[in-house]
Write a protein that binds this ligand. Structure first.
Ligand SMILES: [Zn+2]
Ligand SMILES: [Zn+2]
Length: 558
């Protein structure tokens, strides 16, 4: 029998939630329990030896409380922050729900059963969200450990309140099985800062009358329906720190469970990134009636009147928005793109509905980047529209290298592990950068990671690059000092008329046939009189070139 098997009770293709059983040797581990329909789980016996919860979002956690009540002895584990946030799935009064999940530390393997350990790594996405690494080591001298990595929901970029998943922590792990979410399929999304600016600009535009030129009513209030945790708190931080809003005389009202989520975050502040703790030292993270824009809780009896002056309201996705829409108060309703479909209402004079993107999961290129960094044998795609998941399993760069699975709920996946699995090398990483044209200069901005490659030194050697077209592609190549000198000798053969104008011979930095200009790629090199570089400067008439000055012996050619 195979040592590893995967059985999903729910795979999150729509909003049914996720919950998977993984069998490792003799042990059964339940990963997440976000099922809407708990009847999908066996009810007579505990479904597993233990449960691990990746993060507190409902689609991963909402079934945990009834599971705990049915089987109080069944151990449930999560990170410290997740154990604290879980209660918000059932109540806004967190003290009403016991802390039934046990906290596990970050980055420290815990052995639950003989030979079975789990280790948690930050996944980005939501405070407390974890990537779960399971290791099972069978007894016996021939034993090799089996490893399964479950990403939960993950995000590589830093957001305002959570640091992104750190790829370098997991690089080269080579788990036997990777269970990975594919929420956004192969789509590629703009840089996070761009997404934030777009949302902030749209909200700002709706609030101010003069910029509304499309014949609509000016001065709209903005209603932001949101889930309890994550996006709402991110948006509050964005609005409080974005230049379009800092100091602006506007009220931001926070309704329902989102306010309870903010309170929970405040109690967990020591677990937040240093930048957030710093911000909170100078002003309250969320509630502030003195600093503009003002952030306040919305008393539920003020829903009908709050739109009388243009304002921003964060409310629950599940609340009755009609309470806000009064005859004389125009609203712009902004819905998160990936949650919008079931909610779209017809637009009217008083009501405009649009969607926006503020990504909480990583996009297609980041997903494949994670997979190539991990180099698993099997990849199981879950959590996402089945068409998006099919786009991922259809990628040649993936199915050429890994065993790919995208099971539906209720179907068992056997995971045979090749003892001598020879995996083709991952493809060369591609880096994404930005391009800016300013007047006559083109600037390329590339990520820091590119300089970590040993080849970077060669490319950056002289600080000069050569660019040329190769078909439709622009090829950039660094010029070495050696090549620059060769280019000089090419020039020599070209300058047959005997005139040497802009050359080392007449450059003010050339002394004793050597370049003394630290700004030149030829600095400290022996240069011929015909030499030339972009740092050439003519010798002023009153300054005599010192070509025939004897060169000091102690400085050697390097
Ligand atoms: Zn989530
Ligand atoms: Zn999720």
């Amino acid at each position: 029998m195979a040592q590893l098997e995967f059985f999903p009770f729910g795979v999150g293709h729509a909003d049914e939630g996720v919950s998977f059983l993984i069998r490792m040797g003799p042990y059964q581990i339940l990963l997440d329990c976000g099922l809407r329909d708990m009847a999908l789980l066996p009810s007579d016996l505990p479904p597993a030896d233990l449960v691990l919860c990746s993060h507190a979002h409902a689609d991963h956690a909402r079934g945990l409380l009834s599971l705990h009540r049915a089987f109080p002895q069944l151990p449930i584990y999560a990170t410290e922050v997740t154990t604290q946030l879980l209660a918000l799935n059932w109540t806004t009064e967190r003290s009403q729900v016991p802390l039934f999940a046990q906290a596990l530390p970050w980055r420290s393997p815990v052995e639950f059963q003989d030979g079975l350990t789990a280790e948690l790594f930050p996944a980005g996405h939501l405070p407390g969200a974890a990537v779960i690494l399971l290791t099972y080591t069978p007894r016996g001298s021939q034993a090799r450990p089996y490893t399964v990595l479950y990403t939960g929901d993950f995000f590589l970029s830093n957001s305002r309140l959570v640091e992104g998943l750190r790829l370098e922590e997991l690089r080269g792990l080579e788990p036997d099985v990777l269970i990975v979410e594919g929420s956004y399929g192969t789509a590629r999304y703009p840089h996070r800062r761009q997404q934030e600016n777009q949302v902030a600009e749209r909200i700002s535009q709706a609030l101010s009358a003069e910029r509304n030129s499309e014949g609509q009513v000016g001065h709209q209030s903005v209603l932001l329906p949101l889930p309890t945790l994550g996006l709402g708190q991110e948006l509050l931080m964005l609005l409080r720190s974005h230049h379009l809003f800092t100091g602006r005389d506007v009220d931001i009202w926070v309704d329902g469970t989102i306010a309870a989520g903010c309170d929970a975050y405040l109690e967990l502040l020591p677990h937040f990134p240093a930048s957030v703790q710093n911000f909170a030292r100078h002003q309250s993270l969320f509630w502030d009636e003195r600093v503009r824009p003002r952030v306040r809780r919305l008393p539920s009896d003020q829903r009908e009147t709050v739109g009388n002056t243009p304002c921003i309201v964060l409310t629950d996705l599940t609340s009755d928005w009609n309470a806000f829409f009064q005859p004389d108060t125009p609203w712009l309703v902004l819905l998160p793109q990936h949650l919008a479909d079931p909610f779209l209402l017809p637009n009217s004079d008083q009501l405009t509905m649009e969607t926006y993107l503020l990504a909480q999961h990583c996009d297609g290129p980041s997903t494949t980047q994670l997979i190539h960094n991990l180099r698993p044998q099997h990849v199981i795609f879950v959590h996402g529209n089945p068409n998006y998941l099919a786009d991922l399993t259809g990628l040649e760069e993936l199915h050429n290298r890994y065993h790919l699975h995208s099971p539906s709920a209720g179907s068992l996946v056997e995971l045979p592990i090749g003892e001598t699995f020879l995996q083709p090398a991952p493809p060369e990483t591609t880096y994404e950068g930005e391009l800016a044209e300013l007047g006559t200069v083109v600037t390329f901005t590339l990520p820091d990671a590119i300089t970590a490659d040993s080849r970077w030194r060669g490319l950056a050697d002289t600080g000069l690059i050569e660019a040329r077209w190769q078909g439709q592609d622009l090829v950039l190549r660094g010029l070495t000092q050696r090549e620059l000198l060769n280019q000089i000798s090419d020039r020599i053969s070209l300058s047959t008329d005997g005139t040497l104008k802009d050359s080392c011979a007449t450059c003010r930095h050339c002394r004793g046939q050597r370049c003394w200009n630290p700004g030149s790629p030829l600095f400290n090199f022996k240069v011929p009189p015909e030499g030339y570089c972009p740092a050439y400067e003519p010798t002023p008439p009153d300054e005599k070139p010192v070509l025939d000055h004897p060169f000091p012996d102690q400085i050697e050619e390097n």
